[in-house]
Design a binder for this molecule. Structure first.
Ligand code: ZN
Length: 245
């Protein structure tokens, strides 16, 4: 039998077991601290060298790049390796799905990646660790080595729009999937949250795995409140044996 296409939307909750707090959510760290929010707001970042210097210092100390994937990330990899077609749509910028072993082309990063830098002028990209090594070596706001432009993490900052190509692919996957699993996301931040509704409208089975209630629980076929680290592997194992249609 053909295995169902599984789309998995992941939010901050899938990475909390890896020690990464929720930065971007409605109650995330950025939103609760206006000074911190400035560091990740495009207008302030581009307009104020001091904001950039503080931002680079903060990234140097950030635990995100040292975080390791957890059992939930690994469970997604196992599902993929079992032969089930899987696409991950993630609100996270930590790159842990790929680090766990999921091929990069299977992961749509709605908010970009903190593991890369990008030049705001010539758009060249590189590994974040290279930029951080320059900060470590004394450059407090390292400019682009190609063009001298301002470098920033390859994440979508506040005030920037989501990449329309990535968003378009996410929408296409959502419409095409037979099972849509929303994990560790409050489903409050659009447009990511709206994907759950689109999936249902297109006939997918909706499974919500989250600690807190979400606005989509009522239309979900299954709502699981248990800790993600134990709940997600179980849900995905069922899909792997073909119980998901
Ligand atoms: Zn450049």
């Amino acid at each position: 039998m053909t295995k169902p296409l599984v789309a998995l939307l992941s939010g901050a909750g899938i990475s909390t077991d890896s020690g990464i707090p929720d930065y971007r959510g409605p109650d995330g760290l950025w939103r609760r601290d206006p000074q911190a929010e400035k560091l990740v707001t495009y207008e302030h970042y581009m307009g104020d060298p001091d904001v950039r210097r503080r931002s680079w210092r903060m990234r140097r100390e950030n635990r995100m790049l040292r975080a390791e994937p957890n059992t939930a990330h690994r469970a997604v990899v196992e599902l993929e390796r079992s032969g089930v077609p899987v696409r991950v749509i993630t609100q996270n910028v930590d790159g842990l799905h790929q680090l766990a072993g999921l091929p990069a082309r299977k992961v749509l990063e709605l908010h970009g990646s903190a593991r890369s830098y990008v030049c705001t002028r010539c758009h060249v990209r590189g590994p974040m660790k290279d930029a951080l090594a320059r900060v470590e070596a004394g450059e407090d706001d390292p400019p682009c080595l190609e063009c001298g432009g301002i470098l920033k993490p390859a994440t979508v900052m506040f005030g920037q729009r989501l990449d329309p190509v990535v968003l378009g692919e996410a929408l296409a996957v959502t419409k095409a999937c037979q099972v849509f699993v929303a994990v560790g996301t409050s489903l409050l931040v659009h447009p990511a949250a709206g994907l759950a509704g689109v999936a249902v409208d297109h006939g997918a089975r909706l499974v919500v795995v989250n600690g807190e209630p979400t606005p989509y629980d009522e239309i979900a076929d299954e709502v699981i409140r248990e800790p993600i680290g134990t709940a997600l592997p179980e849900v995905l194992r069922e899909l792997a044996v073909g119980d998901g249609s």
